[in-house]
Write a protein that binds this ligand. Structure first.
Ligand SMILES: [Zn+2]
Length: 479
């Protein structure tokens, strides 16, 4: 039952109404499975094998059969559109990217149902447009909510391609799924739908879940509730999948579903290494682009995010605000946004004063669950007056990183991230990693405006002031 529950995937039109009805609980199968499947002949050698009552109306294509009935507004034309889209997705996934056909595909159709359209049909997932599920014989089936599909053809295409990818993920029967891997199912389904449609419009509509919760681990997952932005984090993680595809192609993603393993992250790490790329680096390089949306399709991302600027969660986007002239003593990072493993904080420098700074990020020796084996990543992100963005690696294991803010810097961010063993997001509490920080100004740039606060002068000259902290700092270093 656990496995079934975890295959659940739902999509809701972001612009849809009464989304507040969504309860986030799995109760899609209020229509029961039959005690044994109904088997009826299809065309050619294939049979229709269904664990639900078969539909009074049916359409078949090469690989799919769609069942519906008279209880909802639906017709053959709409049915044909869905089947065409499912077949188009099949062609891309199997013929182009190298997914395998499921064992059952040679002799049976993959069932798709219009939810609640006749007695014995599967029910819609509340608030959702469609979902993928496995029947008692481990065959994939898809359920669509005709009402939510509506007449928006781009939405129907997207939903079809996304759900169809879930069927592909299970087709090879090698996918060892654990709760902490659910994010990979959703993030890759988003990215693969982009390749079928050659359009990113719908996946973009969930990126705020990552933008506002960058401190959550890449595998963060919880019951899906369309009113709760953070619950859609796993869909937004397709931004990382996009960067991984840049390195290993779609085939590298497919491989994670073909090779029997219980450690797809390890396998992905190896695939990337074969291409000369490092998974941790690809992840950090993805995350560092979030504040400025410096991606290939970044303009579209920024435009979408502008519509969410007033969301209450927008306050989480940047964990810390750095004063223009830096700060003068170690301060604890706020507890509510501490990074999880494979999560980051952004220390936002809205209007940095030119100069050199001694940046210190001092992690506690252990995480909240006593993990001492973890890594750190740091980046300095600077947006210049001409609109360009620069990135600088920081080594947070160093006691001090010297950073220079030029006179042409309009806005900057320090990204502080943690790597290491990811937790199980379904097993609370998830581990977080606390740290103290200071960005102490050591020198003004020649010609830059003098500051009234005299920070640099008050504690002695620049780094000399920091040396007073050194014994304390060294004592806090983790082993
Ligand atoms: Zn999904």
């Amino acid at each position: 039952m656990l496995a079934l529950l975890l295959t659940l995937s739902t999509l809701a039109a972001p612009s849809g109404d009464d989304l507040h009805d969504f309860c986030g609980t799995f109760r899609a199968q209020s229509a029961e499975y039959l005690s044994r499947p109904q088997i009826s002949p299809g065309s050619g050698d294939k049979e229709i094998v269904s664990w639900f009552e078969v539909g009074p109306s049916q359409l078949t294509s090469e690989h799919f059969v769609l069942h519906w009935g008279p209880d909802v507004d639906f017709d053959e034309e709409r049915g044909q559109f869905i089947l065409d889209e499912l077949e188009a997705a099949w062609t891309v996934y199997v013929d182009e990217f190298g997914h395998v056909e499921a064992d059952y595909a040679a002799t049976t159709y993959l069932n798709a149902y219009i939810a609640g359209s006749y007695a014995g049909s599967p029910e819609a997932h509340p608030g959702g447009t469609a979902y993928h599920q496995l029947d008692p014989d481990n065959r994939s089936y898809l359920v669509f909510n005709a009402e939510r599909l509506g007449g928006d053809t781009s939405w129907v295409r997207y939903v079809s391609a996304h759900e169809m990818y879930h069927a592909m993920q299970y087709a090879s029967d090698t996918w060892m799924q654990f709760p902490e891997d659910v994010w990979w199912l959703e993030a890759t389904a988003q990215s693969m739908s982009i390749r079928v449609l050659d359009d990113e419009t719908w996946p973009i509509t969930r990126i705020h879940a990552l933008a506002f919760y960058p401190h959550l681990s890449v595998n963060a997952a919880e019951s899906l509730d369309y009113d709760v932005t953070r619950s859609m984090h796993r869909y937004a993680m397709y931004l990382l999948v996009e960067e991984i595809i840049d390195e290993v192609g779609p085939e590298g993603i497919v491989e994670t579903f073909l090779v029997p393993n219980d450690d797809f992250m390890g396998q992905l790490r190896t695939s990337l290494a074969d291409e000369g790329a490092d998974l941790d680096r690809v992840w950090a390089d993805t995350m560092m682009r979030l504040p400025t949306w410096d991606f290939d399709n970044g303009e579209a991302y920024a435009e979408f995010m502008a519509g969410h600027a007033d969301d209450p969660e927008a306050a989480h986007q940047f964990a810390i605000e750095i004063p223009p002239a830096g700060s003068t003593g170690l301060a604890a990072a706020p507890a509510e946004t501490l990074p999880e493993a494979y999560g980051v904080n952004f220390l936002h420098w809205a209007d940095p004063e030119p100069g050199t700074y001694a940046l210190q990020i001092q992690f506690a020796a252990a995480g909240s669950q006593e993990t001492t084996e973890f890594g750190t990543v740091g980046r300095l992100v600077q947006r210049l007056e001409d609109g360009s963005v620069t990135y600088q690696d920081l080594d947070l294991d160093l006691t001090t990183n010297e950073i220079a803010i030029g006179t042409d810097v309009e806005e900057a961010w320090v990204m502080v991230g943690v790597t290491g063993e990811m937790g199980n997001p379904y097993r609370a509490p998830v581990e977080v990693f606390s740290y103290d920080w200071v960005a102490f100004r050591t020198a003004e740039l020649p010609g830059s405006e003098a500051r009234a606060c005299g920070c640099a002068a008050s504690g002695g000259a620049g780094l000399g002031w920091m040396l007073g902290f050194l014994p304390l700092i060294l004592a806090r270093r983790r082993a």
